[in-house]
Design a protein around this ligand. Structure first.
Ligand SMILES: Nc1ncnc2c1ncn2[C@@H]1O[C@H](COP(=O)(O)OP(=O)(O)OP(=O)(O)O)[C@@H](O)[C@H]1O
Length: 603
């Protein structure tokens, strides 16, 4: 498949997913869309000052035209220029006032536009948080970033500049036509019709530009996502010497973007020539019609003068609008990505039932079946198991057997297609997300440390913790010693993803966070997988302390970690294959004992 076909197909796929008219081949012109207008509902209050100033600026041009017509009428009537001094002063004052209003309008419009972008980003961020890791994991992080940054920026101009100008142009245009109709009905009608024609011409070339911009909004996030992937995976790329192949993909994505941009540029050149041409044609037609009407005795010479001065002003709102109409194309292109996020449906809102009556709580899966996507084989298949309050249970099984998916369902990042996940006997769907998440402390193989100090990363688990509490948790996690050896101790910056710490050190900070959170259920998902043998012994000891008085779920494909559990559940392709203690399962000679033999053979 050629590169260009590829991006167009991707574009078509995205468009068709969104049910846009463009895939039907109709290329329907859209400068407004109900969903996009509704999306900006919270922002419209901010536009009031921009619209009022815009109208004042437009009306200042009309009044200026009227004043000049009066002055010129006086001159033609043989009156002394001295009689017009007041009018000259009024024109000068108008020009100064308008200059001040234009400056103020630019300032307010820029401020309003960036406040809209900020507000859209906040809304998207809140929505992403509400959608949670389940939804986010189905998207490319680069695409989300591009939508948050570029999508919001394109829409800020749509709401902050294009929409106010539409209102100003309509009100000013209609007012001028009303005045012209009052002077002469034929001239009013002709100028009105020409104004509509002048407005339609940029929309007519929307077909090309609009589609180009929409393609750009597919090509750009794809390129961005590719860059993010490559930067995040730079170590892997280097170690596999795969940078050339990835470079070719990047080159292709850049070319897609280049093609889209060249297409837009080509249409834009045509579009930038047209407004001037249309203004010249309209003015000429107005002169001809005005002369004909004067010849027919319908209007006076003064009336014609007034009409000619007003025609220029009649076209100003239209040309002002043509100059920024591209904001509507980019806005509509960007809106789709923003709407994808804001209209995504989160899991149904929970009621406010109390999660559990006993501490530590029990939890259970009852006939749970879950597929990540409709067509996928189930990751969890009719799974039932329970964990009693304070019990330490291990979930083991081969890679891909569904262990981590069990955690995701417990945390309600996804809802199962069948069955129930219960916490303290309560269906997790009825427990408010905050309360549900407060029940778990998770230590997993890939704990995320944010760019910030050790202290900030620890406080995430308990923002009100004192230094003493931090140190107590760090000691319990065998982390205090290495933290104090860092250049600034607890105030040491540990960088994005904690890159300045070793895997074992990161893991111990994650365990300290779990100590601080002090939640009644502890989930250990391959908690010791990224540490060396000496550290593993240390961490296993700290984890044993952490598990005391908590309901604990140990997820591991290494059986050493599961050996001491009160009960072991063995998963096989998302189903429960065996259950029992270590000695019972070894004696049973099923999957578990096969895993034990395999592990012993490796050692
Ligand atoms: N986000 C996802 N989208 C689609 N399929 C997924 C996703 N995450 C996991 N799967 C699939 O679901 C199944 C269970 O995966 P899961 O990560 O729960 O297994 P696991 O037992 O924890 O594996 P491991 O021990 O390797 O971590 C696998 O077939 C996996 O490919």
């Amino acid at each position: 498949m050629s590169k260009k076909t590829d991006v167009v197909n991707e574009y078509t796929r995205v468009e068709s997913k969104r049910g846009l008219s463009i895939t039907t081949g109709s290329n329907r012109v859209k400068l407004f869309d109900r969903r996009v207008l509704e999306l900006g509902r919270g922002e419209y209050g901010k536009l009031r000052s921009v619209i009022i100033l815009g109208l004042l600026i437009s009306f200042s041009y009309i009044v200026q035209g009227l004043l000049i017509a009066v002055i010129l009428n006086g001159v033609f009537a043989g009156a002394s220029l001295r009689n017009s001094e007041l009018y000259f002063a009024a024109v000068a004052l108008l020009i100064v006032l308008r200059w001040a209003m234009i400056r103020e309008n630019d300032r307010i419009a820029a401020k309003t536009a960036s406040s809209i972008a900020m507000s859209l980003r906040r809304r998207m961020y809140r929505k992403l948080y509400e959608l949670g890791p389940g939804w986010v994991s189905t998207q490319k992080s680069g695409v989300i970033q591009a939508t948050l940054v570029d999508g919001a920026e394109a829409l800020q101009n749509y709401y902050g500049r294009f929409l106010p100008q539409v209102i100003v142009s309509i009100v000013a245009g209609v007012s001028i036509v009303a005045i012209l109709l009052h002077v002469d009905i034929i001239i009013g009608l002709v100028i009105g019709a020409m104004m509509i024609a002048a407005l339609i011409q940029p929309i007519a070339i929307y077909k090309g530009v609009g589609k180009g911009i929409r393609i750009w909004f597919v090509a750009m996030p794809r390129l961005f996502a590719e860059y993010v992937d490559n930067i995040q995976g730079i170590v892997t790329l280097k170690s596999f010497n795969a940078s050339q192949k990835q470079g070719e993909i990047l080159y292709q994505r850049t070319n897609d973007l280049y093609d889209a941009e060249i297409g837009i540029l080509r249409d834009e050149i045509l579009w930038s020539i047209l407004p001037g041409l249309v203004t010249a044609i309209c003015s000429t037609v107005a002169i001809i019609i005005g002369a004909i009407r004067m010849d027919a005795g319908a209007i006076s010479a003064e009336g014609l003068l007034f009409v000619l001065l007003l025609v220029r002003e009649a076209l100003r709102p239209v040309t002002d609008l043509s100059q920024i109409i591209h904001f509507s194309f980019t806005g509509m292109g960007a809106a789709e990505g923003v709407l994808d996020i804001l209209e995504a449906v989160p899991l149904a809102v929970a009621s406010t039932r109390t999660p559990t009556t006993s501490f530590p709580p029990s939890f259970a899966f009852e006939g749970v079946t879950f597929r990540y996507r409709k067509t996928d084989a189930p990751a969890i298949d009719n799974l039932s198991f329970s964990v009693s309050p304070g019990e330490k249970v291990a979930l083991v099984g081969r890679s891909g057997s569904g262990k981590t998916t069990v955690t995701a369902l417990l945390m309600r990042f996804f809802d199962p297609q069948a069955g129930f996940v219960r916490l303290g006997g309560e269906d997790v769907r009825f427990i408010p997300a905050d309360e549900l998440h407060a029940m778990y402390s998770i230590v997993s193989q890939d704990m995320f440390l944010f760019h910030g100090t050790v202290r900030e990363n620890l406080l995430m688990a308990k923002p009100t913790a004192s230094q003493e509490e931090l140190e107590q948790a760090a000691r319990a996690a065998a982390a205090h010693k290495f933290i104090t050896a860092l250049p600034q101790g607890y105030d040491t910056l540990i960088g994005e993803r904690g890159v300045r710490l070793s895997g074992g050190e990161r893991q111990r900070i994650a365990i300290a966070r779990a100590f601080l959170k002090d939640a009644p259920i502890l989930i250990l998902d391959e908690a010791t997988s990224s540490v060396d043998v000496a550290n593993e012994a240390l961490i296993r000891k700290t984890i044993a302390g952490l598990a005391r008085n908590r309901t604990t779920l140990i997820i591991s494909h290494r059986l050493l970690a599961a050996r001491d559990a009160d009960r072991i559940y063995v998963l096989e392709k998302g189903r429960l294959a065996e259950a029992g203690t270590h000695s019972e399962l070894v004696g049973y000679k099923g999957n578990y004992s096969a895993l034990v033999r395999a592990e012993e053979a490796c050692i």
